[in-house]
Design a protein around this ligand. Structure first.
Ligand code: UDP
Ligand code: MG
Length: 328
C-alpha cells in the first residue's frame, strides 16, 4: 500500500483547520489503495492556529505538525512540510478549502494507476477575485513565460501531487529565493494537469495584499530569468544610435540652414527621460544584487520551534509537554 503525505501550510487559520481536516479525511478514507498522513505547518500564526493544530495531532494519529518560530511565508511553510513528509507521494493543499478536495481521488488515481509523477491543478476561472487582480496575474504569467524557458501555466495552483522522485529532485534545489510554482515546473517529470473552477475561501480571509502579490511577481521573474538585465543593453544600443542620428541632424541644420542651438524644453525632457531610465535599470540590477546577497548569506529557509516528533509519549498517549528543538 502506498503512503501519501498531505502538506498544509497555515497562517492565522484557526477557523479553517478542523473544517479542512473533517472534509478531507473522509475523502482519503474512501481511497482504499493508500494510507495517509497530514503535516500541518504553522507559519508563525498570531491566532490560536498553533493550539488547534496541536490538539488535532494529539487526537489523531495521522496528524503531524511543524511549528515555525515566526512567519516565514508560504514558500518556506511548503518547503518545511515537504521536508517533513514521509510519503511515497506528497500533496500540497491550502487549508481554506480553495483547493477542492474532491479532486484528490482523481489525482491519486493518475499517479497510482496511470503512472504520472506530477499531477498539478489550475483554476480555469478566477471568479470571485477582483478584476484588477486577475488582470495583473494574467500579465504576470504572460511576462514570465515570454522571458524564461520554464513554462508556468496561467492559473496554476500550488495544489499538486508529486511522486517521491519529483519531491527529492525538488529538495535538491537549495536556493533561498524560492518561487515554488516555477521550481516545480523546472523539475519536470511526466505531468498531468487537472482543471477546476475557482472556489471561494471557506473561512478567514486571504493574507495576500496587493503589494505582497507584486513582490511575489518580482520574485518570480527575478529568480527565473536574467532577461531584464539584457533590456538595459538593448536600450543602451538603441538610445546611442538615436543620439548619433540626432547629432548628424543638428550638424546638418547648423551648416546648411544656419540655425542656432535652441530647444531648452526638449533638452530637459530628454534629460529627465534618461535619468528615469537609468534609475529603473539601476533598480533592476539592484534586484539581482540583493538576491545574490541573500543567497551568499545562506540563512536557513525557516526556523522550527517544535514539531510533533518532539512530543513525549506518555502511556501510549502523547503528552502536551513539548521539547523545544532548535535548528542551527
Ligand atoms: N499561508 C502561509 N503563510 C503565509 C501566507 C499564507 O502559510 O505567510 C497559507 C495560508 O494559511 C493558506 C495558503 O497559504 O493555507 C494560501 O493562503 P491564502 O488563502 O491567504 O492565499 P490565496 O488563496 O488568497 O492565494
Ligand atoms: Mg486561499
Amino acid at each position: 500500500m502506498k503512503f501519501v503525505s498531505i502538506i498544509v501550510p497555515c497562517f492565522n487559520e484557526e477557523e479553517s483547520i478542523e473544517l479542512f481536516y473533517n472534509t478531507v479525511k473522509p475523502i482519503l478514507e474512501e481511497i482504499h489503495m493508500i494510507s495517509y498522513e497530514f503535516v500541518f505547518v504553522n507559519d508563525g500564526s498570531k491566532d490560536r492556529t498553533e493550539l488547534v493544530m496541536k490538539e488535532l495531532s494529539l487526537k489523531e494519529d495521522c496528524v503531524r505538525f511543524v511549528n515555525f518560530s515566526r512567519n516565514f511565508g508560504k514558500e518556506a511553510a511548503m518547503l518545511a512540510g515537504i521536508e517533513a513528509a514521509k510519503g511515497d507521494a506528497v500533496v500540497l493543499m491550502d487549508v481554506d478549502l480553495q483547493d477542492p478536495p474532491e479532486l484528490l481521488p482523481e489525482m491519486i488515481h493518475e499517479w497510482h494507476d496511470e503512472g504520472y509523477d506530477v499531477v498539478y491543478t489550475r483554476r480555469s476561472t478566477r471568479s470571485g477575485e477582483p478584476p484588477i487582480r486577475s488582470w495583473f496575474a494574467k500579465q504576470f504569467y504572460k511576462l514570465i513565460n515570454n522571458m524564461s524557458d520554464v513554462h508556468i501555466v496561467d492559473g496554476a495552483r500550488d495544489y499538486r501531487l508529486m511522486d517521491r522522485k519529483a519531491v527529492d529532485s525538488f529538495l535538491q534545489l537549495k536556493e533561498r529565493n524560492r518561487f515554488a510554482k516555477g521550481l516545480f515546473m523546472w523539475v519536470g517529470y511526466r505531468s498531468k494537469c487537472l482543471e477546476f473552477e475557482n472556489v471561494e475561501r471557506a473561512a478567514g480571509s486571504t493574507s495576500w495584499s496587493f503589494w505582497k502579490l507584486v513582490h511575489y511577481a518580482i520574485d518570480g521573474i527575478v529568480s527565473f530569468t536574467i532577461v531584464p538585465l539584457r533590456w538595459a543593453t538593448y536600450f543602451g544600443f538603441f538610445s546611442a544610435s538615436a543620439s548619433f542620428l540626432f547629432m548628424f541632424y543638428v550638424i546638418f541644420k547648423k551648416i546648411f540652414l544656419g540655425d542656432s542651438v535652441s530647444g531648452y524644453a526638449s533638452m530637459v525632457s530628454i534629460m529627465l527621460f534618461f535619468g528615469g531610465i537609468q534609475l529603473i535599470f539601476l533598480g533592476i540590477i539592484g534586484e539581482y544584487i540583493g538576491r545574490i546577497f541573500i543567497e551568499v548569506k545562506a540563512r536557513p529557509h525557516y526556523i522550527t520551534k517544535e514539531q510533533s516528533e518532539d512530543m513525549e509519549v506518555v502511556k501510549g498517549k502523547r503528552s502536551t509537554t513539548l521539547v523545544v528543538r532548535r535548528n542551527s
